[in-house]
Each structure stands twice: as C-alpha cells, then as structure tokens.
Design a protein around this ligand. Structure first.
Ligand SMILES: [Zn+2]
Length: 313
C-alpha cells in the first residue's frame, strides 16, 4: 500500500531542533525511522517560508532549505529518495524506501518573480501552497480574508505557469476569494494538503462544503489534517478526525480524500497519533468504521497518487 502524508514542516524545524532525518529523535514528529514505523512511504516535505523572511528574503530562504533537503537526501539515500513523478514514487516505494516529494509552503518563495517557478521545478519542487496565512504578491491568506482579496495579476500568472509546468496547486491557507479564483482559472486538479471541514469545526483554515465540492469537481484531493484546532473545539482525538473523513465521504465520496498531517508544523497533534510512527492508526480506524480495503487504500494514498498521475508531466 502506498501511504502518503501530504504535508509536514519537518525541513524547517530540523536545524532548530538540532537533528537530522536519519536519526530517531524524541523531539520531532517526522524522521525516517518514525515514517517506517508508521508505514508512511511517501512524505511531502514542505519548505515553509516563515513571515519574517517575506518576499525580500523568500528566494534565499527557499534555496537554503532546498540545500538542506539535498544534504539530508545524500546522507540518507539508502532509506529515501526524491521523487519528481508518480512513476518514481512507485519505483522508490517498491524498493522499500521513502519517496520524498519536495513542496513549498508560501508563494513568498518566488520573491515576486515568475522565473523562479521553472527553477524550483528543476530543483525538484512539485507542489506550491500559494499563500500562508498572510498576504503575498500572489493572493491573500486566510488571515486577510475580510479584505475579499483573491488572486492578483501576478497570482494568475503563477497559476497558469504551474499548470504549464505540471505542478500541484495547493489551496490550504488561501483566502476564500483566492480559492475561488484558483478554481476558476486552473486547468488542472486542485489540492488542499492540510485542511479539514468547517462544518465540523469552524476554523478559517477549514473548507466549506462548497469548497470541498469544488475541489472534488476538479478531480482534486483534500488532505485532512491532524492539527487539533482544525479537528474540533472540544476533545479533538482520532475519532473526531475520522469524523472529517466520514463527512467528506458522505458529501462527495471517497475519491477525494487524503491525509496531510502538518507534523512538525504544529506544537501538538492528537494524543493517539503523536508523531509519524502512529500514522497507521488512521487506516486501522477507517477499517474499524467499515471502510472497505479499496477505500482505505485510496484515502491513505491512492487518491493523491491519482492526482499526481493527472498533474505531473
Ligand atoms: Zn500550513
């Protein structure tokens, strides 16, 4: 079974926590040992551009983390490999290794320059979360949602260029107006790598029923996330997390559901799944709830594989 975690912020926390992907660590959520223990064989590694870098230092910060990723890759090449297409993911996982998909969280990484897209593509980046919570030159993030601001002219160029290159467009964190602009403009399926359902938990980072239906209509996937604040106000645990999967399954079916943990991007996760080594509890939980093997396979990774087959060139 190909098991995909569509979002973690591990790359930007490694240095702060003074650790590497190859060593089993007590502090971080994700390392290669924990991924193996939890049965995760495809990890999206986000290069998260913290607001302090902004667009002025977005490019240099991105390149710094790309370099760090390649150092980790070199050190741990027996256990993991960079994947730039879905067939590579199949080959790498078949060989018993973790397939690493390199992503960017925050369009600040472009520094307002469209020419950075093909450069990042050549470096192996295959997915960009257009905004974090704040405003950038592509669009407004969710914390600026009251402005009603959507995609800028530059943002529209970015979406079109990503379509041309075959890069995944991630709408987690974007303002609602920006979301609808992306839906209207993109010719490719759209993904949300780490967002939940706002009808179950009213948080601006979560998706409305209309947004969930729109992503499904593009043949995209929603990676449901383990961040407690996005699961429930009270007692966010595995059960409440699985409720979000049920909710989308009832709304649009099981073809559009995935998982994006946000490990190492949040201080705490739910108690049952405190780090990547317990990821397998999601599939066990799904089976217990009566999901058939085929649905479990799709939700744990098959759906994200399908969207990568459709988008990657
Ligand atoms: Zn995030």
């Amino acid at each position: 079974m190909i098991v995909i975690d569509a979002h973690c912020d591990t790359l930007t926390t490694l240095k702060k926590q003074n650790r590497t992907l190859g060593e089993r660590s007590n502090v971080g959520h994700v390392d290669l040992h924990k991924l193996r223990d939890g049965g995760v064989n495809v990890q999206f590694f986000a290069i998260y551009i913290e607001p302090i870098y902004g667009e002025e230092r977005g490019i240099s910060r991105t390149l710094e983390i790309v370099d760090l990723f390649y150092q980790e890759y070199k050190q741990n090449s027996k256990q993991m490999e960079l994947a730039v297409c879905s067939n590579e993911i199949r080959n790498i996982t078949r060989a018993g290794k973790v397939a690493a998909v390199l992503t960017i969280e925050g369009g600040e990484a472009l520094g307002g320059k469209l020419y950075m897209l093909p450069i990042y593509y050549k470096l192996g980046v295959r997915c960009i979360t257009l905004t974090w919570n704040v405003r950038n030159s592509i669009a407004d993030g969710v914390s600026e949602r009251f402005t009603g601001g959507g995609l800028t002219k530059f943002g529209r160029e970015v979406v079109q260029e990503m379509n041309k290159l075959g890069m995944l467009i991630d709408v987690s964190h974007i303002s609602e107006a920006g979301f609808w602009d992306v839906i209207d403009l993109s010719s490719d399926p759209i993904i949300a790598t780490h967002s939940n359902c706002s009808n179950l938990c009213q948080h601006p980072r979560n998706l409305t029923d209309g947004q969930i239906k729109a992503i499904a209509k593009t043949n995209g996937v929603i990676g449901l996330t383990l961040v407690p604040q996005f699961i429930a106000e009270n007692d966010p645990g595995l059960d409440k997390f699985l409720d979000h999967i049920d909710y989308i399954a009832n709304l649009v079916g099981t073809d559009f559901i995935g998982v994006g943990s946000d490990f190492d991007g949040c201080d705490h996760t739910i108690s049952e799944i405190s780090n990547a080594s317990e990821f397998h509890k999601i599939s066990t939980g799904l089976s217990k709830r009566g999901y058939c093997d085929e649905d479990v396979y799709k939700i744990m990774g098959g759906n994200f594989m399908g969207v990568m087959d459709r988008v990657f060139k």
